[in-house]
Design a protein around this ligand. Structure first.
Ligand code: ZN
Length: 462
């Protein structure tokens, strides 16, 4: 029996990665992500899981972003009791990310009840910190390139260059025909100063590949000039440069580039506040997992020379310190999560900083449809935060060159390394226009027949 694949999320959308692989009577879930971006998608997190969780044999993770791991506590709460396999760095990051996500869910529910803006009475968290702890106890760390033999399949994680620990997952069916199913996870960039490029894969019978930027080439912007201008802009007008970013990975890339500019004499006097309780631990994580990145571990350990610290970096852990930032006059840089403005401390900063034209809001990552980030990029004149309309007067700047995702050209380049076309190629983790554009490009450049599956698919091949 060939393996059977069912796509339970990240189909024609960029969040909620969940793929079910069944073979020889065994059922494996690849990624266990939260849906994010607008009410309709977020409501899907509350639906019962479409496959009995207790019948899953294991969960296999590609990387620690919330749209790939954030549903895990909910899956465990619904009865999943098996192991969760992932790379060592993904397990380490999950230890930070899942309790943080749970804490945010609890806080949002608390805040909604206090202010009475929830449509549910009382508002409940999707999961609690205790649920997250139970999910973490299921984690089993594994090394890159070290095959793991499970019942019916062998699994290998290969570096994807997208986030520390991020992996391309190869699942080879043991019997009878060694059919190989490859999940790209999220793919990183080929020319990133901090992260290594995604590893080449030679063969797949079935390929499930992301297409976040399937319709775009990242603008040929110079990171130095866009970031430099933003720093000079807030220095001149005594404003605040607000950068929404995930605490681990994205935040360090930004710190790296600001530090580089400071070393060249740009923005040197501007203090940088990293307002995230998780980001404090991130440099250490970079030290522990040196294989994934291009930075020198010796330099990382050196407080002054560390390339992931700006001249004046303040890590903000406590809520009271975070609140104190609201009254702080510019110039300053504030980096805070979440990256798509769906929750977290960034919302409080937005409430304070968006209405003032002195400030700059810099987007460095993908903004999914329905998120506040996307609404802002589409030109919203005001946005709703915690039940309140907030006018938008700050300047918005977009810096795609800092994206952690391969663009259309890089996705095609990665697939161009396969020795032969996979029999089936499914484009997931993209909005429909992005997946369709990548499908056309693959057909034109590689002669591949890819498909953009429907939810619950794919039944059809090729
Ligand atoms: Zn990701």
């Amino acid at each position: 029996m060939p393996p059977e694949l069912t796509l339970l999320g990240a189909v024609q959308t960029v969040t909620g990665s969940r793929f079910l692989l069944q073979t020889n009577g065994r059922s494996y879930l690849i990624d266990c992500g939260l849906f994010q971006g607008g009410r309709a998608l977020e409501m899907r997190n509350w639906e019962p899981f479409p496959f009995p969780p207790e019948r899953l044999d294991a969960v296999l993770l590609t990387h620690a972003h919330i749209d790939h791991v954030g549903y895990l506590p909910r899956l465990v709460a619904q009865g999943f009791g098996g192991p969760v396999y992932a790379t060592e760095a993904t397990c380490a990051l999950a230890q930070l990310v899942l309790p943080d996500s749970a804490h945010l869910q609890e806080q949002d529910a608390f805040y909604a009840n206090k202010k009475g803006y929830s449509r549910h009475k009382p508002a409940l968290p999707l999961y609690t910190v205790a649920d997250a702890e139970r999910a973490l106890s299921r984690l089993r760390p594994f090394r890159f390139r070290e095959p793991l033999a499970l019942d019916g399949i062998n699994v290998t994680w290969r570096p994807a260059g997208h986030l520390l620990g991020s992996a391309i997952l190869e699942a080879e069916v043991a019997e009878p025909d060694h059919e190989r199913v490859v999940f790209s996870g999220d793919l990183g960039r080929f020319d990133n100063e901090v992260m290594k490029p995604p590893e080449a894969i030679e063969r797949a019978d079935t390929l499930v590949v992301e297409s976040t930027y399937g319709d775009r080439l990242h603008a040929e912007q110079s990171i130095a000039s866009v970031l430099g201008q933003a720093l000079e802009g807030v220095a001149e007008r005594r404003g605040v440069l607000l950068i929404p970013a995930f605490a681990v990975g994205r935040t360090q890339q930004i710190l790296y580039h600001i530090r580089k500019l400071q070393d060249q004499g740009i923005g040197g006097g501007i203090p940088v506040f990293v307002d995230s309780p998780m980001a404090v631990d991130a440099s250490q994580i970079y030290c522990r997992f040196g294989d994934d990145h291009n930075l020198s571990v010796n330099l990382l350990m050196d407080e002054d020379a560390c390339p992931l610290r700006c001249r004046e970096t303040h890590f903000v852990r406590e809520v009271a310190e975070s609140k104190a930032l609201n009254e702080m006059p510019g110039p300053a840089v504030i980096i805070s999560a979440s990256g798509m403005l769906t929750g977290g401390r960034i919302l409080h900063h937005l409430k304070w900083r968006l209405p003032d034209e002195k400030n700059i809001l810099l987007f460095v990552g993908y903004q999914a449809a329905g998120t506040r980030g996307r609404l802002l990029l589409e030109g919203a004149s005001d946005i709703r935060i915690h039940g309140q309309q907030v006018p938008v007067r700050a300047r918005l700047v977009r810096l795609d060159a800092l994206s952690g995702h391969a663009d259309q050209g890089e996705l095609t380049r990665w697939m161009g390394e396969f020795k032969s076309a996979p029999a089936r190629v499914f484009l997931v983790h993209g909005e429909p226009h992005a997946s369709q554009a990548l499908k056309a490009r693959l057909e034109r450049d590689l002669g591949w027949k890819a498909s953009v599956p429907e939810e619950g698919g794919p039944a059809a091949s090729g």
